[in-house]
Design a protein around this ligand. Structure first.
Ligand code: NDP
Length: 282
């Protein structure tokens, strides 16, 4: 089984980002908006900041108290959104219950919405309009496949998970690459049999090591999006990596797989957003 490492894809994306930065002629800025101190958010932010800085990009983090009032948050968010020095925004979600998250999704400038949360960008993803921004993780999966030389056209792909963050947008991106996509979820009957049909299996379930040998077709490619903590407190994916050895032809590890590509895609989106604004002169 060949391990597809995120670092290799990340390095290729870095080259593209550097070329685009030369065209741009300045360093674009990302603002990360975080409410509270949730360990998952803090850890994702740390990874994103480190990656963007290593790509030569600028970041700023706006942190709000966990109990910030909705009015205050929306006002501050609007200011970030309208700030001409800001090229891209990443909102760490879910936001706490007192914050109207839908209002944030509607308010965010689609041209600065690097993680595809705006209804405008979601519509673009579903209609196949490539000018929009897809959620970075969904796009990272497609990059992982294409940059490893996979031609998705006509391939049977099973996506396990249908969230708006990963499973659904990813399924649309794969469809636009002419893959034949089966979207699976918690009500799918006989999930292992459905997954066994797939030449490419993508796990975005959020259940530690759930996808074992009996889910995997012989010589399939298996992409693991899951980030979980097992009963021993160790970071692991949705796939039982050891168990699929000898069954899958290719697989991505956790850690060291899709996660690092996600932040590289974020960097790519930031430069694309800045180039787009430069073309539009805004
Ligand atoms: P959600 O919890 O929002 O969605 C999980 C999906 O899995 C749902 O569609 C659910 O089905 C389905 N599911 C749950 N249990 C089963 C089951 N037993 N059988 C079949 N389907 C099941 O999670 P996310 O999409 O937000 O995240 C998925 C994973 O990806 C998580 O581990 C998360 O940490 C990770 N992640 C990784 C990122 C990265 O950068 N690498 C970024 C974002 C997420 P139903 O709809 O029926 O409930």
């Amino acid at each position: 089984m060949i391990t597809w490492k995120g670092a290799e894809i990340s390095a290729k994306l870095k080259e593209k980002v550097e070329q685009d930065m030369q065209k741009l002629g300045r360093v674009p800025k990302l603002v990360i908006v975080r409410v509270g101190e949730k360990p998952d958010d803090v850890s994702y932010e740390r990874g994103a900041v480190k990656k963007l800085h290593s790509f030569g990009l600028e970041t700023e983090t706006r942190v709000f108290a966990e109990d910030v009032e909705n009015d205050v948050f929306q006002r501050e968010f609007r200011a970030v959104n309208e700030d001409p020095s800001v090229d891209g925004i990443l909102v760490l979600r879910p936001l706490p219950p007192q914050i109207d998250e839908k209002a944030v999704e509607r308010a965010i400038d689609p041209m600065k919405d690097l993680d595809g949360i705006s209804p405008v960008n979601i519509a673009r993803i579903f209609s196949g309009d490539k000018s929009g921004f897809a959620p970075c993780t969904a796009e990272a999966v497609v990059c992982m496949l294409k940059m490893n030389g996979v031609n998705l056209s006509g391939k049977r792909v099973a996506v396990v998970g249908r969230s708006m963050v990963v499973g659904r947008p990813l399924s649309m991106l794969l469809l636009h690459e002419n893959a034949t996509v089966t979207i699976c979820h918690s009500k799918t009957v006989d999930l292992p049999a459905v997954c066994q049909e797939a030449e490419i299996l993508v796990a975005c379930v959020g259940r530690a090591r759930m996808i074992g040998r009996d889910y995997v077709r012989q010589d399939a490619a298996v992409i693991d999006v899951g980030i979980n903590v097992d009963e021993d407190g160790r970071l692991c994916g949705d796939v039982n990596f050891e168990e699929i050895e000898g069954r899958a032809a290719y697989a991505t590890p956790v850690p060291g797989g899709v996660g690092g590509v996600t932040t590289a895609v974020l960097a790519d989106h930031l430069v694309r957003a800045a180039l787009f604004r430069a073309q539009k002169n805004v």
